[in-house]
Design a protein around this ligand. Sequence first.
Ligand code: E4P
Length: 215
Amino acid sequence: MELYIDTANVKEIKEISDWGVLSGVTTNPTLVAREGRDFLEVIKEICDIVDGPVSAEVISEDMPGMIQEGREKKNWHDNVVIKLPCTPAGIGACSVLEAEGIHCNVTLVFSAAQGFLAASAGATFVSPFVGRLDDSGTDGMQVVEDLAEIFELHGFNTRIIAASIRNPNHITAAALAGAHIATVPYSVIKKAILHPLTDKGLVSFKRDWEAAQQA
Ligand code: E4P
């Protein structure tokens, strides 16, 4: 499973990218709006930091608008992936854009049936929202598991991005459920690297080392 970061904050992306663990980036209108910066400028900066797929979402709600936006945003950078909502217009736009060789990420997926339709439209990526499903009392990871089985059984090449990740356990559960990618917020990546026993171990290594130097 590959790791993407789910943010439009360039500083956060740079920090985690320096660890050498990032394969891509996802953004959404909320994340971009939070930065208060020009969309194109942010996406270009992100593409300069991470050499992998960078999802940029359309704002249009109708199919012609989504197609036009997709074509425009694809010109921003070769690595841009067009993020489309899992609506009838989004699925239609996905079919058209993918037929033109423009990679799409169908987002806001909350059921395996929606994911199947996105894959049938030729989506390169599909993003089931695990955390938001969990929040509503449904097992979000089950959608990831079902999609992994469906894609394997029926030979779909669509890659599953486990999205709306809320905690480090979601990362391991996504990997075990068969997600190809987990897109993880900065705060969760930072939590995932920390463990109190790692810190405790370091303190005792240092203490023992220093004691031996003085002996
Ligand atoms: C995925 O691409 C979305 O940007 C994201 O994972 C949404 O997650 P949220 O539920 O934390 O907003």
